[in-house]
Design a protein around this ligand. Sequence first.
Ligand SMILES: Cc1cc2nc3c(=O)[nH]c(=O)nc-3n(C[C@H](O)[C@H](O)[C@H](O)COP(=O)(O)O)c2cc1C
Length: 365
Amino acid sequence: MAQVDFGNVTNIDVLNLKSLEKRAEAVIGRGEFGYISEGSDDGYTKWRNTNAFKDVHMLPRVLQNVENPDQSTTFMGEKLASPLMTAPIAGNSLAHTSGEIGLAKGAKEAGIMMSQSTFASKTIAETAAVSDGAPYMFQLYMPKDWGYCTYLLDEAKNAGARAIILTADSTLGGYRELDVMNHYHLKGKIANLAGYNTGESGAGAGSLFKESMQKLNLGTIEKLADYSGLPIIVKGIQDARDADLAIQHGASGIYVSNHGGRQLDGEPGSIECLPAIAKVVDHRVPIIFDGGVQRGTHVLKALALGADLIGVGRPFSYGLALGGWEGVKAVADHLKMEIYIAMQLTGCQTIEDVKKMHVSTDFQI
Ligand SMILES: Cc1cc2nc3c(=O)[nH]c(=O)nc-3n(C[C@H](O)[C@H](O)[C@H](O)COP(=O)(O)O)c2cc1C
């Protein structure tokens, strides 16, 4: 691998994931921090994402002969040290100069799944070179221009992406008031445009929503799967009916997410949508879950409610901001430590045991 510049790298102490936000605010520019941290409208759904975990209660087992629990798992054939993934985030260089290559290195060192956004600050090839065989997925914002779409799919395939995550909940950007107040538009170059001759090389991502497909439909899944030959995972599913239809139309995975509460405000917490979706999916395809995960116990709750892989968004951005790739690894390591404790205390030796754990939910969807 060619020499890679990871920028300033430093190990960070992590007390908990929540406390990273304030620390990151001190090192990220005001506009950038607003863009990363905020939710849309009144921030209700963003708030609810984390807070709804309180309404999920775990019933621990005792006398289960558990020692040194093993949180390694397999997702779509990939062995992972923990059921964690860096959720796709646009423009990671807003947090740290290393952007997605720092994220990829941190994820690789932690043995977790890495995913990269279409609107990344580094190209697919640059990022995958750092992943260098470690499990990696590419997130697609479906462009209107099919030529650009196939360019992205080819790049992702050549780079060894295990799957394409088709984001379906962002056919328009949510209304985010901090961006308005800070006069902030996602700046910088969209690295993945630079290699494609649209004449828009280096355009800001804000303008790209005009270029992204709004009339997405179920046929889009088959079209992407047919062209790429890669598994298509549909991201942004909250309604069980959509999960069922997506699978019927060729989805190889369902990604339960409300975009970290950045899109439609007024949705429930993402965890509240998971049980009904898991019931309908019924193990036909794997499920990724994200939204508000800040604790090892949140990871266990999501697994017990039917998820197979847990995405974490902002906390990894904050880790990246604070320590480059080592900060990302520190966040993953901290979460792993909390998962380890929670597994021992719930009497779960393996992730399969966690998935069988009894949980009660006070919400109903
Ligand atoms: C700054 C920021 C940028 C994001 N960009 C993307 C993106 O480009 N593509 C995408 O599918 N999701 C994007 N998301 C949503 C995340 O993938 C994920 O769903 C969300 O962050 C999970 O919530 P959490 O931050 O509470 O963990 C973004 C989220 C944030 C915070």
